[in-house]
Each structure stands twice: as C-alpha cells, then as structure tokens.
Design a protein around this ligand. Sequence first.
Ligand code: SUG
Length: 459
Amino acid sequence: MRVSETVEVNFDGLVGPTHNHAGLSHGNIASDQHGGQLSSPRAAALQGLAKMKALHDAGMIQAVLPPQERPFVPFLRQLGYSGIDRSIVEKVGREAPTLLAASASASPMWTANAGTVSPFADTADGRTHFSPANLTSMLHRSLEHPVTGRILRRIFADEERFAHHDALPAQAALGDEGAANHTRFCADYDSAGVEHFVYGVEAQRKGAPAPQNFPARQTLEASRAIARRHGLSEENTVFTQQNPAVIDQGVFHNDVIAVGNRTLLFYHQDAFLETATMKAELGAKLAWQCGAEMVFLEVPRDAVPVADAVRSYLFNSQLISLPDSAGRHTLIAPQDCAENPAVKAYLDGLLQQNDSPLQEVRYFDLRQSMNNGGGPACLRLRVVLSGADREALGARVLLDEDLYTTLQDWVMRHYREDLSPADLADPELLDESRTALDELTGILGLGSVYDFQREGLPS
Ligand code: SUG
C-alpha cells in the first residue's frame, strides 16, 4: 500500500481492565446470558490485540482507541455518593451493585458505538465529521460520550481536516448508537459516496412500526440529526428502518444483521422493513454519486435463520479490502461462524461460487467480547484517512510492531486474569485501572484525557 493512499482505517477499542459480564444490555442476548459469569480482562484485551495485529500484518492500516476510566466515580458522585473514591466504590458495591456495574463496564471497547464518522469526501465543508454517540438506551453506555469526545478531539486534532460535534441531547427520541447503524458505500474511499443510516424506530410518529419486547436503540430522528450536522445531503444519504421483528430476536444494532464495504452490502433477508425500497434508493444514489453499481448479497433465511445469525454473529464480521484484492472482499469473522453448521455451510458455498464477491474468510477467537455481544465489527470504528490525515494525527495510535508488543506487555502487567461482578467493588481494582490508564496515556501520547488525571493519581 502506498503511504499517501486514502484508506479506511480501523480504530479498534482496546479492552479495559474491568472487562466483566454484568448482564447490563437488555435485548442483547449474549449479555443477558452471560451476566454474573467470570470474565478474563487479560484474555479479552489480548484477543482484541491479536485481531488488530493480524489485520496490520495483512497490510491494513490499523489503529487503537484507548479504554475509559472505570469504575467511573464522577458518575457515582452525581448520584449522591460522597467520600474518598475507594470508599465510594466499596459502598456502592454493598448498597447498589447494579449501579456499580454500570459505572464499571468496559463497554467503550465496542468502538462501533463510539460515534458516527462522515468522511471528508461526503461532507459540505470537506472535513471529516465526528459525532460521539449519546448511547442513551443503556445506562452504562450513556456514560461514555464525554470522554469519547475528548479522546476523538485529541487524536483528530487538526481543525482544518476534522470537525467535532458533541453527542446529541440525551433523550429517548434522540437515541443514537453511532457507526453500528451507519455504513458508507463508495467506489473508492477518497471519492464521494453514500451514507446509509439504519434506525430501529421513528420515535415521534405515533403508531410507527416498533419492536414489542426489546428496545429500538437508534431513532430516525437521531440519524437525521447526525446527517444534518455532518453536512450530508438528500443525494448522499439513505435512511432505512430495521425490521422490528429481528430486534425482538436479539438484533439490537444493524451491524448484527448487515455489514457493508465499498459497493457491497451483505445482509440477511429479514434485516430491513422495506428491502426493495432500500435497494432501489442505495443503488440509484450510489450510481448518481460515483457511477458505481451496488452489489447486494442477501443471505436467505432458509440458509441461515435469524437465530443462527445472532448466535454466530455472521453479520458482525468485518468486510475489508486487502491491498491488491482487485475489488474482492475479505470477511473477518468470529470463530463462532466456523462452529455453526448452517453459517459455515453458507460461507463455504459462497467462497466456491465463481463470481463470489468474497475472496476469503478469516476466523478469530473473540470469545471474551462475544460473551457480551461484541463481535469483530463491534470492536472497530472505521475512519477514512488520507496519507496526510494520518500524518496529522495527534497521538500515537497507528499500530506497528513496536506499539503491539508494548501494548501486549502493558496488558500482561496491569490486567487481572479473572474478574467477577463482585470484584468490581474491590478498591484495588480502581487503583490498578487508573495506574494502567495513566501509563497508557504516556504510551499513546494522549495527554490528560481522563478525569482522575485532572485530580492527581491516588497515593
Ligand atoms: O451495547 N454489550 C454491548 C455490545 C455492543 C456491541 N456493539 C455493536 N453491535 N456494534 C451493548 O449491548 C454488555 C455489557 C455487560 O452486560 O456487562 C454490553 O454493553
């Protein structure tokens, strides 16, 4: 790959030291099922790093986003707890363990929910726009956006290239879950494309189709607001409603049932409420923007039922273009897809087709993240960057051999082998976590992005 080339860079979330299974996300079946079980923060972080390294070795430009401070004591103080940080954590652990779990989740690791990014080629002012997601539908995730915004502003600091917005107001009607419900299609990453926003519900329309059991976490109102503030137009946006019936089967984000790259949309037959309209609109707009033809790869329910798609996380794979791939795609899939007979048979068949858009499938063990409902695609935020954009980054976040081994070593020194939800009340964990993050800000050259750094490290 040429250094000047404009590419889509994957910014993977580095798993934080408090990675645990607290069963916090209603409607996310893996989270519901694993709540209360023992986790391994160390294994989780190493599994994530191994995926990043493999993509780097395959010739992709790979980057990392840091974890956040957890437990997040400023949140507990907002709820009326006072005293020194260590005793607050112990007290909340005794009195309100679910609140403590919300303050301690390592959920910022799923950077597909960090925010929505519109590449420079699509926006009115020619800058790349970032909006952190308010993540209002889950308490533990609603804590993320202020620090996410701070980190994004620090990394993408050059105001001539990058524009930053605050998260949308934290209201149910404006629930926004970021890039997990947003896919950009294009012929080439540096030319004009079409941005596809998929929403779960139109919150302000009475009687609008909506799931019955599980929350619709993304609203049309939020998606439209993001497009508006990013300077997108009717010509380069498409808004599509998710099928409410699949939300009720555990598809809590669109990236659990569909994934796209360049001109390819790979999706399940039951993913959308009005599939034909979606295809017509995306096809027409992409042709108008850049003369390219959309490729729709629909997986029939007879081949892969929705339940298998959710269990295996087939569509939470990453679709990537490796260097010299001649327009064909590689699927970065969870190991669970290789172990699910229906999914494996479907993928094997697809690879054997002569005109298959897929070149290869690579399977990764991401068990720790998967147990909380986070597959390969959940762990990454895609940012289109030119060579000059990459040189302008304000922190050392691009992965290379040296950063990889440094981060591996950092994980080995600071992360616990095992963690149970009860351990979250251990004040030592708070100190360990802060010490680790303080060292990490030095490794990545981030400056002081965390609240505790402004108050000084605990003695
Ligand atoms: O928001 N799980 C995350 C998983 C996010 C997956 N992201 C994408 N699909 N893009 C969520 O539901 C579970 C935490 C716990 O239960 O401990 C959690 O937050």
